[in-house]
Design a protein around this ligand. Structure first.
Ligand code: F6P
Length: 370
């Protein structure tokens, strides 16, 4: 392994925002500055490079200590983000109005060469890390940092953003217990999680939900209703049901709000409303639905997420300093380690159904819809 001769690095944040992004940026900028490196921030994923004319600073900003002072506790990302416009599959409109994808990744490499930027820290989820892997294979020095509130990235114990989302969702469920109990209602709480039910499972258990429905377990709503009625029969006249946006009934399909289009994945949502109606119909109970949605992506990161984010940022810079490339920083308690991006790209970490967390839910009598 060759010791790096880095002088300049760039950082970008891509995909859905997550609490902790600013803490990573701060950690990367300071760790780089302490090595005498310059750090540049690319706006809105790679859009800063692909569309410099849209930005007063030409799309890429020199980040100094002053830019990252007191930002570690703030939600969002000072660089902006996008979950549209993957440079490998960039959507363009043809003269006849149809859409097609082109590969614009060479423009990224050319930019780095022209500006003599030696390496990239790419902070993102599966999509961004797949792009990072491709850029690495084309010759760019890249280290990835795993981000997503959904916690569905493989090869890391957890991503930053997840703990904050779970903590907030738990607080919301705690609050909803009061109304459920006072009004003898069923409260249905829909949380994010398209294909993995980590948020629903964790906040459901910590918030004492009575049913938790996750994408990994196709549900039978009768099981949920039976449990609600059994609770009623025992004098516990209220129930709380947590459902991940990607959960689907055994014989049905996910609720899609907007179909996938070139450059953007499908949008899910609506399952909470659908099951709340069905529960009301079948049980005769007053039922309400609360969709937490993007509230889960905002706010100040928890201490756990801040520390994870800062450890990831510092480790990304250390990795580059050691000459590493094509790797993602991963949390493997008690340490961080480096995993090949090729082992992460395009993979999703679903909730393992034999995990002790799932078993804990079952042991506590929580209905998982099966
Ligand atoms: O960050 C991941 C995620 O939170 C998913 O759970 C959700 O489906 C998606 O983002 C929604 O993203 P947006 O509405 O920003 O496209």
């Amino acid at each position: 392994m060759v010791k790096s001769s880095i002088r300049r690095i760039a950082i970008c944040t891509g995909g859905g925002d997550a609490p902790g992004l600013n803490a990573v940026i701060r950690s990367v900028v300071i760790s780089a500055a302490n090595r005498g490196w310059e750090c540049y921030g690319i706006h809105d994923g790679f859009n800063g490079i692909l569309f410099p004319e849209r930005y007063a600073d030409d799309g890429v900003i020199r980040l100094t200590r002053a830019h990252v002072r007191n930002i570690g506790h703030l939600g969002g990302t000072i660089l902006g983000s996008t979950n549209k416009g993957n440079p490998l599959h960039f959507p363009i409109r043809m003269p006849d109005g149809s859409m097609r994808e082109i590969d614009r990744s060479d423009e990224i490499l050319q930019y780095f060469a022209k500006k003599e930027i030696d390496a990239l820290v790419s902070v993102g989820g599966d999509g961004s890390l797949t792009i990072a892997d491709a850029l690495h294979k084309k010759g760019l020095r890249v280290v990835g940092v795993p981000k997503t509130i959904d916690n569905d990235l493989d090869k890391t114990m957890t991503t930053f953003g997840f703990d904050t989302a779970v903590a907030f969702a738990t607080e919301c469920i705690d609050r909803l217990h009061s109304t459920a109990q006072s009004h003898q209602r069923v409260m249905v709480v829909e949380v994010m999680g398209r294909y993995a039910g980590w948020i629903a499972l964790h906040c459901g258990i910590s918030g004492n939900a009575h049913s938790i429905l996750i994408p990994e377990i196709p549900f039978d709503l009768d099981k949920v209703v039976d449990q609600i009625m059994a609770r009623d029969a025992e004098g516990r006249m209220y129930s709380v049901v947590v459902v991940a946006e990607g959960a689907a009934p055994k014989d049905g399909h996910q609720e899609i709000v907007a179909e996938a289009e070139i450059g953007h994945a499908e949008r899910l949502g609506g399952v909470g409303d659908r099951i709340a109606r069905a529960i009301a119909e079948r049980s005769g109970k007053d039922t309400r639905v609360v969709v937490l949605g993007h509230l889960l992506r905002g706010g100040s990161p928890t201490a756990f997420d801040r520390i994870a984010a800062m450890r990831f940022g510092a480790a990304a810079v250390r990795g580059l300093d050691k000459g590493l490339s094509g790797v993602m920083v991963s949390l493997a308690f008690p340490n961080v380690e480096y995993i090949a991006l090729s082992e992460v790209a395009g993979r999703m970490k679903a909730v393992p159904l034999d995990s002790d967390t799932v078993q804990t839910a079952r042991d506590l009598g929580i209905c998982l819809g099966d």
